[in-house]
Design a protein around this ligand. Structure first.
Ligand code: SF4
Length: 151
């Protein structure tokens, strides 16, 4: 693991590059989720999104209902400065209701935007494992899971 408290080191073009915490960005091509394990009991994303349920025009108008956001798929390609990008901080990319094709599109973007480093965290590692052979795994994609979960 490359992280320290005040900075991170990310591999860019096979070299380690120092970035600062402010370089971290969030990309949510999917929002909303359902709880899958005890690790979800205090889900920040759920509590945040549900605060805005019913507010017309708000990005979280439907609260934490799972929502695909195809209009956001190319967002990292428009960020020209290298960043560490947390993918789906407001969801779980490997949720059962996210279609395989949509997950593949997310991975295509991450592969194409090879000047960024993407962190994909899931509480559904079984689905990630099942799909692993269908997805590209360049060095700029980091996959993590929660060892306490069983989804
Ligand atoms: S998997 Fe993650 S986003 Fe989904 S409910 Fe659990 S903690 Fe929240």
């Amino acid at each position: 693991m490359f992280y320290s408290i005040g900075e991170c080191r990310v591999p860019v073009n096979n070299e380690l590059r120092i970035c600062h915490r402010m370089d971290r960005s969030y990309w949510n091509p999917v929002t909303g989720c359902t709880q899958v394990s005890p690790g979800c009991d205090h889900c920040y994303a759920l509590n945040f999104a549900e605060r805005f349920r019913g507010i017309a025009g708000h990005p979280y108008e439907v609260g934490f209902d799972l929502t695909l956001r195809p209009g956001r798929l190319d967002l990292p390609l428009r960020w020209r400065d290298p960043r560490v990008i947390f993918v789906n901080s407001m969801s779980d990319l490997f949720h059962v209701r996210v279609p395989d094709a949509f997950i593949a599109w997310v991975f295509e973007t991450m592969q194409a935007a090879d000047w960024h480093t993407f962190q994909v965290l899931t509480k559904r590692p079984q689905r990630a494992l099942r799909m692993a052979d269908q997805l590209p795994w360049p060095r700029n994609i980091w996959l993590g899971t929660d060892a306490a979960t069983h989804g």
